[in-house]
Design a protein around this ligand. Structure first.
Ligand code: UDX
Length: 445
């Protein structure tokens, strides 16, 4: 290819989170995008303008660019029109902790011989995957080029992250395909890291592992704060002002979840192990996270004693706010632990109920936070949905049978909770006893 047309058509294989956001993002930049998925029902829905995921701004973007977004189950539709085929298929974890590359391999196998096409890998894959795919292409004399272009978008702000990325990483063999991908992203004016394929693959895994490490680190600091009387929110503020540390991903809580961190941390640990290196630090990051999800139990037991027959309400279920994604959500572990301890669990999530119903059995789904609080012995804030910041805590307290609020995300103002008469337990902060109770005991005295 000597030179590029300005609005190069783009192919996207896989219409999940990453694929759909990538497709909508390139459409926003003026490109025609040919999306392919093997799921016929999903493609039919997308053709009708129905988006399968809840992601702020995505429906609007897809709607606005309907004429540029083409959906099909036929790979040939994309191959005929686009030379760059972005691969955004799932790479879920297997029982061994390795990434399941069967969907990626199926895409590779489906490619015809062509020296004018390139696969651009968006799916998160182990380091070395690009090399293997290139070898397969070479052995089969397919002539395909290959570029690694990892995706760093966060659920809940995926559209914004695509259009204003912190950086664009392009790993390639310095051929036309790498140049074409760089040109595609040029309008975003993001810092570019152009590198070899293996390094690009590692940037993605290492970035996720580092962020997960930061969270497990602050969670352990929070646990020590609980033992020593310090407040982790203050500690994180003091740490975060150091430029070298930075304030982000220092929010202590009840553990990280989602489709990426748990999977990618496990995959990097496994990758290291497979290459003969024992990645000690990541073992701890994973273990700390697992334990963190369970620490709520001790807080509940401290106040309520046995949980047998106790009514426990959960506010939020999604792994984080602004998404309906329930994958690896802390709420899954928590509900299972509560049920095992004999508690009765009622839950509310503003958006994730439908997804949660597929994964959680034996709980009562309620339609508001107040409904969850009605008659509850304790309420646990699991996901920091913005609407929970607006709660009338007095009303909440009045509706409850008990008076304990566990704030699993340090999201609420502890003083306001206490003023409403509730006992407050955060993560890594001193417990507060409700004013009602204090006033009462003072009066008694
Ligand atoms: C993450 C990465 O941020 C993104 O770059 C990558 O492409 C995919 O994985 P995502 O899973 O959407 O994105 O969510 P993120 O906002 O990173 O949060 C992940 C988890 O960490 C959530 O469960 C969140 O509650 C938790 N978290 C995050 C904390 O517990 N504390 C923090 O300070 C930040």
């Amino acid at each position: 290819m000597s030179h590029l047309t300005e609005r190069e058509p783009v192919g996207v294989i896989g219409t999940g989170y990453v694929g759909l956001v990538t497709a909508a993002g390139f459409a926003e930049l003026g490109h025609d995008v040919w999306c392919v998925d093997i799921d016929e029902a999903k493609i039919e829905n997308l053709r009708q303008g129905r988006i399968p995921i809840w992601e702020p701004g995505l429906s609007e973007l897809v709607e606005r660019h309907r004429s540029r977004l083409h959906f099909s189950t036929q790979l040939s539709n994309a191959l005929e029109r686009a030379r760059l085929l972005f691969v955004a298929v799932g790479t879920p974890p297997t029982y061994s902790g390795d990434a399941d590359l069967s969907a990626v391999n199926a895409v590779v196998a489906a490619m015809p011989a062509s020296d004018r096409h390139a696969l651009v890998m968006k799916s998160t894959v182990p380091v070395g995957t690009g090399e293997t795919i290139r070898r397969v292409f070479a052995e089969q004399s397919k002539g395909f080029s290959y570029v690694s272009c990892p995706e760093f978008l966060k659920e809940g702000s995926a559209v914004k992250d695509f259009l204003a990325p912190d950086r664009v990483v392009v790993g390639d063999d310095s051929d036309w395909a790498g140049d074409a991908v760089v040109e595609l992203y040029a309008p975003l004016e993001a810092p570019l890291v152009r590198t070899d394929i293996k390094s690009a693959e590692m940037v993605k895994l290492a970035s996720n592992a580092f962020l997960a490490t930061k969270i497990s680190f602050i969670n352990e600091i929070a646990n020590v704060c609980e033992e020593t009387g310090a407040d982790v929110v203050e500690v994180a503020r003091g740490m975060g002002l150091d430029d070298r540390i930075g304030p982000k991903f220092l929010q202590a809580g009840i553990g990280f979840g989602g489709s990426c961190f748990p999977k990618d941390v496990a995959a990097l640990k496994q990758l290291a192990g497979n290459s003969g290196y024992h990645f000690q630090l990541l073992n701890s990051v994973i273990e700390v996270n697992e334990l963190q999800k369970r620490r709520v139990m001790a807080k509940l037991q401290k106040h309520l004693g046995t949980l047998v027959g106790k009514e426990i309400g959960l506010l939020g279920l999604a792994f984080k706010p602004n998404t309906d994604d329930m994958r690896e959500a802390s709420s899954l572990v928590l509900t299972a632990r509560l049920q095992a301890a004999g508690a009765r669990v009622r839950v509310y999530d503003p958006v994730a109920e439908q997804e949660a119903r597929k994964l959680i059995r034996g709980v009562e789904f309620r339609s508001s936070a107040l409904d969850v609080a009605a008659g509850a012995d304790a309420v646990v804030l699991v996901t920091e949905w913005p609407e929970f910041a607006e709660l009338d805590l007095g009303e909440l307290a009045a509706a409850m049978r008990g008076d304990l609020l566990v704030d699993g995300r340090n999201f609420l103002d502890a003083d306001r909770v206490r003023d409403a008469g509730l006992d407050y337990e955060g993560v890594g902060r001193p417990s507060r006893t409700g004013r009602g109770a204090t006033a009462l005991s003072a009066a008694d005295g």
